[in-house]
Design a protein around this ligand. Structure first.
Ligand SMILES: N[C@@H](CCC(=O)N[C@@H](CS)C(=O)NCC(=O)O)C(=O)O
Length: 208
């Protein structure tokens, strides 16, 4: 039986959105049945489907519709999945606490600088003010060192098995090369372990 237990889930996203793909990873890791809708994040917001715009207040992905409830903000969605399905850390109070801790760190640190550095290198992407790219790259160096501390003995951020914290960090850390950055050994080894999970391949391909 699927972990969904009859829940109806539809994930709206785009393959270039690490925020959406981290939610896709959680659904695949947890074995939660779900449908997928692609939203063109590079098209003008007003051209996105009315249904999507009505349910995603900022017009952004990811949007997860779960039993008719519209959930936005990737970190909040991951917490809802863990809590609701008692999975990926949500099996225990300590696992949930760990998930919340990693999610807050990711949103403020590695999940802030890596997407911006990718955007800075994208042909036709947003223009950045003088010094911004160097500042972001400096932040990444600190983030990479902090990741090693958070990982500890591993193998995953949640210990022996991956949890929502691993999903959150993987969303953009898998594109470190695309951001023109290098992963230090502990981060590179964790990325290899994540890549070896069949769910990561499915999540990366979730939006075509
Ligand atoms: N803080 C949000 C970020 C969501 C976000 O920035 N989504 C981007 C794609 S990665 C998007 O939908 N961009 C299209 C737009 O803003 O028009 C989250 O964690 O979900």
């Amino acid at each position: 039986m699927s972990a969904s237990d009859g829940a109806r889930a539809v994930l709206w996203g785009h393959r270039d959105s690490g925020h959406a793909v981290k939610v896709a990873l959680a659904l695949h890791l947890a074995g939660i049945d779900h449908g997928v809708e692609v939203v063109d994040i590079w098209a003008a917001p007003e051209t996105r489907p009315d249904l999507f715009r009505a349910r995603s207040p900022l017009g952004q992905v990811p949007l997860l519709e779960l039993d008719g409830v519209a959930l936005t903000q990737s970190g909040a969605i991951l917490m809802e999945i863990a809590d609701r399905f008692a999975t990926l850390g949500g099996e225990s109070a300590s696992g949930l606490r760990r998930g919340r801790t990693i999610l807050m760190w990711e949103a403020n640190r590695i999940g802030m600088c890596v997407p911006q550095l990718i955007e800075a290198r994208r042909p036709g992407g947003d223009a950045f003010p003088d010094g911004a790219v160097a500042w972001l790259a400096g932040r990444y160096a600190a983030d990479a060192a902090q990741f090693e501390t958070l990982l500890g003995a591993g193998p995953f951020l949640h210990g022996e098995a991956p949890g929502i914290g691993d999903c959150a960090v993987w969303g953009y850390a898998r594109w470190i090369d695309r951001a023109g950055l290098t992963a230090p050994p502990a981060l590179a080894a964790w990325l290899d372990r994540m890549a070896a999970l069949p769910a990561t391949e499915r999540a990366a391909a979730a939006f075509g």
